[in-house]
Design a protein around this ligand. Structure first.
Ligand SMILES: Cc1cc2nc3c(=O)[nH]c(=O)nc-3n(C[C@H](O)[C@H](O)[C@H](O)COP(=O)(O)OP(=O)(O)OC[C@H]3O[C@@H](n4cnc5c(N)ncnc54)[C@H](O)[C@@H]3O)c2cc1C
Length: 395
């Protein structure tokens, strides 16, 4: 996976400095700006842009732990934020790869989420307040510091997934969750994906409360991975009940990992999207009931996949043998057509610079572009922020 070192640019020490810089930029020179958090997921900008490094905006503004909310600056590293929250036995339950590098602003701007989204939701469920600066240097805030006061709540949601194209996020208030006493991952393998599909259907009415419903195709046969969180007693009951509910589907193997024993597999699930020598990674979102249909084609095409099957999210690494844009094109095309026929969306998460043509094949959500372009013209009329970057892809 490509890793971009921070380039020279503007690195504000305070939010006021950032406001001044953007306001001066729009009144003189109107240079393009490229907001950068940890640089773990940087898109290629269309035009020469000034990198705006945000990782020095990393202060904790307010942490009334008893209210289970925290207000921090958006440049805080996820690893640092997790440590601060853990000290109060709290957490932001979003799985982020390279957490020591990635920032809060970055995961909000990309609306990143991982395996736990099935049980814990996405950033849209945790951001209750936001401050940002638009391309004219105007600072605006939405939402609030307490869970109840959510005036202007939709503006928060608007910036989630906007990939730095609408405004630069400077400060965020999050609602938090308590740390789970323990967690468990149960791995089941079946002879066919149709069996996996039948089990997924059965689990819709399961007596258990899975946090994770993932499928990994890096092994043969593919693995169905069901994750739980809670007290040890709850873990044992959930695992026993799940195994009972799956018995009629004759799993070939069943393995339960509890507590620290599950850490390696949690890490594999968290880092799948970046853990590959493949040059191209795609992400699709589609109705969950169609997940196995996409997996079938992906596996046949030699694409290694992780599916958050409970949410219809599929992340795929093209075969490492794919070495040209043309090869990638022909590998993605049938998948994109199938995703489209399932009313889904597919986009390129990562590809070598210059392989932009892939976006044309991948993006099956062109129809929704109209409103994003209207929004962009309203909030950034001179197209200064991350020019050419596609916002709101499959999330
Ligand atoms: C398309 C895509 C590719 C990914 N590729 C990788 C990968 O290769 N490796 C990996 O570890 N993880 C990857 N991820 C997951 C990544 O970990 C998360 O998205 C992560 O949260 C990015 O955080 P960051 O601070 O590193 O963001 P950055 O990489 O710095 O920025 C990501 C995007 O968010 C914008 N942005 C960042 N901060 C702000 C802000 N404060 N205000 C407004 N916009 C902002 C940037 O302009 C950019 O468009 C990818 C995610 C996506 C959606």
């Amino acid at each position: 996976m490509k890793m971009s070192e921070p380039q020279p640019g503007f690195q504000p020490e305070t939010q006021e400095e950032l406001v001044r810089f953007i306001a001066e930029n729009v009144s003189s020179g109107r240079r393009h700006l490229h907001p950068i958090g940890g640089g773990t997921a940087l898109p290629t900008c269309e035009a020469e842009s000034i990198p705006v490094q945000l990782n020095k905006l990393n202060r904790v503004i307010d942490f009334p732990a008893r209210d289970m909310t925290i207000t921090v600056e958006a440049g805080i590293r996820i690893g640092e934020l997790n440590r601060i929250l853990a000290a109060e036995n709290q957490r932001l339950p979003i799985d982020v790869p390279q957490a020591e590098q990635a920032t809060l602003g970055g995961i909000i701007a990309t609306n990143w989420s991982g395996s736990r989204r099935f049980g814990c939701g996405t950033m849209r469920d945790y951001v209750i307040g936001i401050s940002a600066i638009d391309a004219s240097g105007q600072r605006f805030s939405a939402g609030g510091r307490v869970v109840k006061n959510v005036a202007g709540y939709d503006l928060c949601k608007l910036l989630i997934g906007s990939r730095g194209t609408l405004a630069i996020i400077s400060q965020v208030t999050l609602k938090l969750r308590p740390q789970a006493e323990t967690s468990a991952l149960v791995t089941l393998t079946f002879d066919s994906l149709s069996q996996v599909d039948a089990v997924l259907n059965r689990l819709l009415t399961s007596a258990t409360r899975p946090m994770v419903l993932d499928i990994l195709s890096t092994t043969r046969p593919p693995q169905l991975i069901v994750g739980f969180e809670g007290t040890s007693r709850e873990m044992n009951w959930q695992i026993e009940t799940l195994v009972e509910e799956c018995r009629p589907f004759e799993p070939r193997t069943t393995e339960s990992l509890v507590g620290t024993a599950a850490e390696t597999l949690w890490k594999r699930l968290r880092d799948f999207s970046i853990d590959s020598k493949s040059s191209v990674t795609v992400k699709a979102s589609l109705p969950p009931s169609r997940t196995c249909k996409i997996l079938n084609l992906a596996i046949e095409s030699g694409i290694a996949v992780q599916a958050h099957a409970g949410n219809g999210i599929v992340i795929g690494h093209l075969s490492e043998r794919v070495s040209t844009a043309e090869q990638a094109n022909s590998a993605i095309k049938p998948l994109s057509e199938l995703v489209r026929s399932c009313d889904g969306h597919l986009s390129v998460l990562c590809a070598p610079n210059g392989w932009n043509a892939l976006n044309a094949v991948a993006d099956s959500w062109a129809g929704s572009l109209a409103w994003t372009q209207r929004l962009k013209r309203q909030l950034d009329p001179h197209n200064l922020l991350n020019p050419g970057v596609m916002a709101f892809g499959p999330a």
